[in-house]
Design a binder for this molecule. Structure first.
Ligand SMILES: [Zn+2]
Length: 232
């Protein structure tokens, strides 16, 4: 064993790197979540399934070519912990990691024909308060695997609202329905296939509102990728 390796081994003995979910030692791994915890997440496999439950959500509401969520989102499970960490605690590397998982799902199901990955935007005030847009990091992870560029100059959020968590489904839908718009630069994406990226799809109201705004781009078609689908 070479000297630097020996020091590294000693370092890992005294300062082990632990999985953020199960706290098992994962020293030497580039990720912060162990393979076992990642494998324990409930996969939907929707990316291989036309007419899946996420696509059904938009039937009769807005035109979407393809939609999927990688995992079932269930409270008190690992997926909630991971999403909570990247959404509210600044652990953006977890968003990139989950984005890469979505990227692999897209690649394995041959759904990599998109021209741009478009993160669902935050209002500038909300972004300033949070410090980042978590969906941008999910988009980055997808891009790292698929090579599809991330475009943040297409869609903007124009209305600012407080947390939606405690609002009723109808109130949420109403407050988000006209919340998005496209930028002037968006016209250069005429005819493009855009992949919208969000963290969790619950009622589909946010995605629907984004799609309504994106209709201003002539002949653009839309796909959707989310980490989780609320599964009650
Ligand atoms: Zn673990």
């Amino acid at each position: 064993m070479k000297i630097p390796q020996l020091f590294l081994c000693l370092y890992h003995i005294f300062f082990p790197k632990l999985c953020i979910c199960c706290h098992n030692d994962i020293s030497g791994s580039p990720e912060r979540v162990c393979g076992k915890c990642l494998d324990s997440l409930a996969l939907t496999r929707f990316e291989n399934w036309r007419g899946n439950r996420v696509e059904q959500m938009f039937w009769g509401r807005t035109k979407i070519e393809f939609a999927f969520a990688g995992y079932y989102f269930r409270k008190n499970e690992t997926i909630q912990n991971l999403i909570h960490r990247f959404k509210y605690h600044g652990e953006t590397d977890i968003a990139v990691m989950l984005g890469r998982q979505l990227g692999k799902m897209l690649k394995n199901s041959n759904n990599t024909y998109f021209d741009a990955v478009v993160p669902v935007p935050l209002h500038p005030i909300k972004k300033r308060i949070r410090g980042y847009n978590q969906c941008q990091f999910l988009a980055l992870g997808i891009s790292q695997i698929t090579g599809i560029p991330v475009a943040t100059d297409i869609l903007i959020r124009t209305s600012y609202s407080e947390s939606q968590t405690h609002k009723s489904r109808a109130d949420r839908q109403l407050s988000v329905s006209k919340a998005f718009a496209v930028t002037r630069e968006a016209t250069k994406w005429m005819g493009a296939r855009l992949l919208l990226v969000d963290d969790v799809v619950t009622t589909g109201a946010t995605i629907e509102a984004c799609c309504e705004a994106l209709k201003a781009i002539p002949c653009a078609s839309i796909g959707v990728a989310a980490v989780g689908m609320a599964d009650s």
